[in-house]
Design a protein around this ligand. Sequence first.
Ligand code: AMP
Length: 411
Amino acid sequence: MKIQPTRGTHDLYGEQLSKYRIIEKIVQTNANIYDFFDVVTPIFESTDLFKKPLGEESDVVLKEMYTFKDRNDSMLTLRPEHTTPMLRAAISNNFLEKLPVKLYGMGPVFRRERPQKGRYRQFNQINFEILGTDSVMADVDLILLADKILKNILPNNKINLYINSLGDKNTLILFKKELSNFFKNHAKDLSEESQNKVLSNPLRILDSKNVIDQEINKSSPKISNFFSKDENNKFLSVQNLLKEVSIKYIINPNLVRGLDYYCHTVFEFKSDELGSQDTLIGGGRYDGLVKLLGGPDIPGVGWAGGIERLILLMNNNQKINNKIHFILMDQKFQSYGLQILNELRKNNLKVYFDYKYNLKKSLSQANQLNTEHVIIIGENEVNKNLCTLKNLKKNSQKTITLDQLIKILAQ
Ligand code: AMP
C-alpha cells in the first residue's frame, strides 16, 4: 500500500487547486466590492473559545473537535469554524472601536466527522462577518454577497436559498422547552441519534436527515408561533428586502443550523447536485456572541461556505493547458536553447521545458499534456538562428524567427 493522507484529508493540486485559486480570487474581488477586510487567524486556539459559544451539547463540541493538551497542560483545539476565532481577533486587536466592522477570511477548519463525498475532516471555509449592527440590511447584504459569489463561481448551477428566523434568545429558550416536551412524547419513534437529543439539543432533531424523524417533525411546534410582534416584523423585513432585489427564497421552518450561537435570521444555500452533503453556504445572526467571548455587547451576522463543495460543482473544462512545450533535440543545443527560453520568459510566455533531449519522447509527453504549441530546436534551427513552432491541435508547423514566434505566442 502506498503512503496516503490521513482519513478525511486530501492533497490539493492540479485541476482542483486551480479551481481553489479561482474561488479565492472571486471571493477577494467581491469582498473588496462589498468593503470587507481580510483577517487570517491561527489554526489552533484555546479550547474554551469554542466550547460555550458553539454549545456544550452541539455535535461539533461533543464529537468533532480536534482537541489536545499542550505541553504546559493547557487545552488547545484546531479551529472547527472561523466565526469565533474572527470575533476573538476583533476583540484582541481592538477592531471594535468604530462600528460596524466587516471581516472576511478563508482557510482550513477541522472536524472529526465521518468522511464521505463533500464531507472531510480538514476542509476549507470562506467566512464573512458583520459586527456591530442589528439592521436587517446587514443580513440581506450578506445573503446578496453570498448569492453573487455563488453565481460568479457556479454560473450554470441551480442553487436554492432557504431562510428561517430563530427569534431572540428568550424565544429560543421557550421554544426549545416546548420542542423537548413534544419530542418526549414521540421519543420511542425517533431515530436513536435524535432520542439522545430530546433533552440536550432538541433543535437539532428538526434538521435530522432520518425519514421517520422528518415525518414526526412535520407536526412539531413551529418557532414562528412563539414570535413577538418585533421578531415577526424583523423576519418579514428580511423577506421584503429580498423580494426588492429579486432574490428567490424558500422559508424552511425546520432550518436551525448546528451551533448554539444563532438567533433571528438563519439561511442556507443548497444544491440538488451534491447528494446528502448539499449545503454550500450557511449562516445567520449571532447577537450576543461577541459579549459571550468577552467583548462589548454588540450584534453580529455572518456566513460560512465550504470551498471543497464548490469545487465539486465547478465544471472541468475551465482550465486549458496554455503552456508552451519547449523541446531541445540534443544537449549540444543547450546554449542556443537557453537564450530562446530566456527571451520567451522575458516576454511573459509560460514555457515548459522537459529536459528530455529526445524529440519522440517530448512530443508524446506534449500530447499527453493536451498541449497546443510546441517549440522545437534542432540542428537546422540553430544553424539558421530560427525556431520551429508546431501546433499539435492543427497539426501544422513552421520555422520562423524568434520575433515572429513571440508575436504569434503572445496573442
Ligand atoms: P457550518 O460551519 O457547519 O455551517 O458549515 C459551513 C459550510 O462549510 C457548509 O455549508 C459546507 O459547505 C462546509 N462544510 C461543513 N462541514 C464540512 C465538512 N466536514 N467537509 C466539507 N465541507 C464542510
